[in-house]
Design a protein around this ligand. Sequence first.
Ligand code: GDP
Ligand code: IMO
Ligand code: MG
Length: 422
Amino acid sequence: MKVDVLLGLQWGDEGKGKAVDVLTPRYDVIARFQGGPNAGHTLEFEGQKYVLRSVPSGIFQGNKINIIGNGVVLDPALFKAEAEALEASGHSLKDRLHISKKAHLILPTHRLLDAAYEAAKGDAKVGTTGRGIGPAYTDKISRNGLRVGDILYHFDTKYVRVKTYHEQLLKSLNYSYDLTEPEKAWFEGIEYLKQFKFTDSEHEINHLVNSGKSILCEGAQGTMLDIDFGSYPFVTSSSTVCAGACTGLGVAPNRIGEVYGLFKAYCTRVGAGPFPTELLDETGDKICTLGCEFGSVTGRKRRCGWIDLVALKYSVMINGVTKLIMTKSDVLDSFETIKACVAYNVDGDEIDYFPYDINEHVEPVYVELPGWQTDMTKMQSENEFPEEFNGYLSFLEEQLGVPVKIVSVGADREQTIERYTE
Ligand code: GDP
Ligand code: IMO
Ligand code: MG
C-alpha cells in the first residue's frame, strides 16, 4: 500500500481543501504534513461552507482518521477556535484527530515577531499572513522551538525560557505590545489541546501503511511558496513540495505513490513577490470577480493572471506529479480567448525553464487559445465538455506531460468531474 500526496502547484489557494474532501472516501487516513494556520482550505457541500486552517480536510466524510503531522506548526488558540466551531456544527474531532508530539507550537510572541520583522522590512515585506509562521519555523530550525510533546512535561518553565528570548528580540526591534489577552487565549488553547490524542505520528503512519491502510497527505500553500524552490524570499517557511510529506510525516520516499498536483485554470497569488503573468487590467479584475479571489481567512484580494506553464512545468518536475487536477475552470467560462504563458523573455532571450529569479526582467510569452464560452458549472461528465475546453486540456497535458484526471467546475463537492479518457 502506498501513500499518496495532494499538493498545490502554484502560489496556494488552488482548491486543495475541496479536492481532499472529494478524494477522502477513497482513503483511510488524511494527514497534513506542513504549514499551519496560514492555510485556509475551503470546502462546500450540502449548502454549507467550511474553512479549515490546521485541521486536515478529511474530517467531513466517513469518520476517517485525520493526522496533524510533525511538519505542521500549530497555534493552540486558533486551533481551539477552529475545532470548537467544527464541534458546534456537529463535526466532533476528539476521537479521530491525532496530533504529532513533534509538531511545533506557534507562541503568541511568534505572531508579534512576525509583525515586527515585517515592519522592519518596510517596502521589502513579504506580506505574510501574520500568523507567526516564519518565526515558529525559525525556532524549529534554530533548535529553540516548543513541541506539542513538551506540553506534557515541565511546560511552564520551557515556555518562559522561549518567551524571555522572544521578548529580548522584540525589545531590540523596538516593538511595543501587550501580551495579556493573547497569552490567556493561548494557555486556554493549550488546555483544550490536551483533550486530543498526541501521537508518535511517524510510528502511527508507518504502522497504518504496513497494515494495509491507505493514506492521503494534504499539502498546504503551493510549490511556488516553497522555502527552497519558491520565489524566495517571497515564500512561506516550510517545504510545501512532495518531499515535505516525507519529512513532515516520517514517510519514506519509496512509500510515495500517486502525487496529485493541483492548479487553477489561471493563476493567483496573495501577498508580495514576483508574478510574471499578473494582469493589472480589467481582465485581471474580471478573473478576480468571477473567481471570488479573496483570501479564505485574511480576506485579502488575490492578484490574478493567466496560467504560467513555465512555473507549472517546474512544479511538476520538483514534485514528481503523476496526476493533475485542474480547478476553477468555470471561472473562464465566459472568456472569448484564453492565454497561457509558455516561455519567458528575459532581456531579449526566450527561455522555457524556470530561472533562478523571476524579477522585473522576466516577460511572459503567451499563446492564445479559443475560449469555450459555455456554462460548465452543471456538467456531470467529461462527455459534456465543449470542444474548446478539451482543446485547452490537451494543450496543457502536452505542455506538462502529465494527464489531467480531475476537473473542478465549481466550489461544491458535487461540481467535480473525473476524466477517464487517456
Ligand atoms: P486551498 O487553500 O487550496 O484549499 O484553496 P482556497 O479554499 O483558499 O481557495 C479556493 C477557493 O475556490 C475556495 O473559495 C473554494 O470554495 C473555491 N473553489 C474550489 N474549486 C472551485 C472551482 O472549481 N470553481 C470555483 N468557482 N470555485 C472553486
Ligand atoms: P493555502 O494552504 C496562499 C503566502 C502569504 C505570503 C507568504 C508568506 O490556503 O493555499 P506566511 O504567513 O506563510 O509566512 O506568508 O505566503 N501564503 C499563502 N498564500 N495560500 C496559502 O495557503 C498561503 N499561506 C501563506 O500570503 O505571501
Ligand atoms: Mg487557501
